[in-house]
Every structure is written in structure tokens, then in C-alpha cells.
Write a protein that binds this ligand. Structure first.
Ligand code: TYD
Length: 207
């Protein structure tokens, strides 16, 4: 039995990390074995690339180099951790995946087809069985992220309001175009309520 591959996506401060952990607990309670992981990173090699991506000046990498680094990190993560876990029958919950590259790097003049071509080459095009897109009204996530990061944002969090609005719009476009895979889930309100909504969005995949 092959496990289900679930990614969680969304802009800064939508509560993805909290919800990834909560969702894992809820799934385990249903008897599902879960591997929780995240991108960029998730394997030894990919975590090393994460260090290159997250630190330094906003302009450290050109958009093209950055897209290649994300694709390289993902290729290692898929090969070393995600595929082996799925083949062992585990579910994989991944905090960010390919749609983050499409939303964040896609707005930097790299077209969607090029990003998907790199993904095809690096990770044999592996897509999640379900992608949960956490959504909040514009600006609400950034407020939360500001409090969380206390003014020391990473290379991506440090970008302006327009950048984050573009990212949110790109996620919405992906969700609209790929409704079979991607479900938008309202991330507002109590954490328990958000987890319940996420579980509902997985109901058809549950054993
Ligand atoms: P992280 O510290 O993991 O924060 P969070 O997921 O809570 O926002 O930061 C990851 C950052 O990397 C985030 O700002 C989005 C960015 N990113 C991309 O630009 N492209 C990608 O493909 C991925 C996976 C992440």
C-alpha cells in the first residue's frame, strides 16, 4: 500500500507549521502513520541547500539560480525521504512543496512551464495527492508573521507587501486551475477549527 502525499501551502504567517503538526496528530489518531517534513529542506542535502536559500541579502541569488536551488533541494528530499516513506505505506505531510516555487519564484519572471520542467527533471514530476492551501484575508498573515519573526525575517519574509499579494494571487490561481488536487481552506479562527476543516478536506482519502 502506497501512502498518501499531502502538502500544505500558503503565504507567510497563515499558521502552516502549527497546522502541519496538528494535522499529523489528528491523522495518527485515525491510525495513519505520518512522516512530517518541510521545504526547503527535509533531507540532509536539502537542509544544506536551505541554508544557502534562506540567509543573506534578498538579492543574493538571481531568480533563475533560486529556482534551480529549490528544484535541487526538492529532488534530494523526494529521493531520500518522500518516495521511500510513501513506498513504505506512510503518509507524508509536507510543509510547502512545488506550489511554493510556482507562487514565490513564479512571480519573479520564471514561467510556470519552466518551473514544472525543472520539477519533472529533478523529482520526476511527483505531485501531492492533495494540497491544502491555507488562506487568510490579505495582510492578516503578514501581521502574524511580523509578530513571530520579531523583525528578523528571512530572505523571503523580508520582501514587501506587493510581493506577498502576488504570491497569494498565484496560489489562488493554482487552486482554481487544479481543483482536483488543491483545496483552499480558511485558516482564520481557532486552531482546532482550522484542523477540523483540513481533516474534512482529506475525508475522501482517509482509510
Ligand atoms: P520558512 O521559514 O520555512 O517559513 P514559512 O513556511 O513558515 O513561511 O520559510 C520558507 C520560505 O521560503 C518562505 O518564505 C517561502 C519560501 N519558499 C520559496 O520561495 N520557494 C519554495 O519553493 C519554497 C519551498 C519556499
Amino acid at each position: 500500500m502506497i501512502g498518501q502525499f499531502i502538502s500544505l501551502e500558503g503565504g507567510e504567517g497563515v499558521g502552516k507549521s502549527t497546522q502541519t503538526a496538528r494535522l499529523a496528530t489528528a491523522l495518527e489518531a485515525r491510525g495513519v502513520h505520518v512522516l512530517v517534513t518541510r521545504e526547503p529542506g527535509g533531507s540532509e542535502g536539502a537542509e544544506a541547500i536551505r541554508g544557502l536559500l534562506m540567509q543573506g541579502e534578498v538579492t543574493r541569488w538571481s531568480p533563475h539560480t533560486e529556482a534551480l536551488l529549490f528544484a535541487a533541494a526538492r529532488a534530494d528530499h523526494v529521493e531520500k525521504r518522500i518516495r521511500p516513506a510513501l513506498e513504505a505505506g506512510q503518509w507524508v505531510l509536507c510543509d510547502r512543496y512545488i506550489d511554493s516555487t510556482r507562487a514565490y519564484q513564479g512571480g519573479q519572471g520564471i514561467d510556470d512551464a519552466a518551473i514544472l520542467a525543472l520539477h519533472g527533471f529533478g523529482s520526476k514530476g511527483l505531485l501531492p495527492d492533495r494540497t491544502l492551501l491555507l488562506t487568510l484575508p490579505q495582510g492578516a498573515g503578514e501581521e502574524r508573521a511580523l509578530v513571530r519573526d520579531q523583525g528578523v525575517a528571512d530572505r523571503f519574509g523580508a520582501r514587501g507587501r506587493d510581493f506577498h499579494a502576488q504570491v497569494a494571487a498565484a496560489f489562488d490561481r493554482i487552486a482554481a486551475a487544479e481543483g482536483d488536487r488543491v483545496r483552499a481552506v480558511d485558516a482564520s479562527g481557532a486552531p482546532e477549527a482550522v484542523t477540523d476543516r483540513l481533516m474534512e478536506a482529506l475525508a475522501d482519502l482517509l482509510p
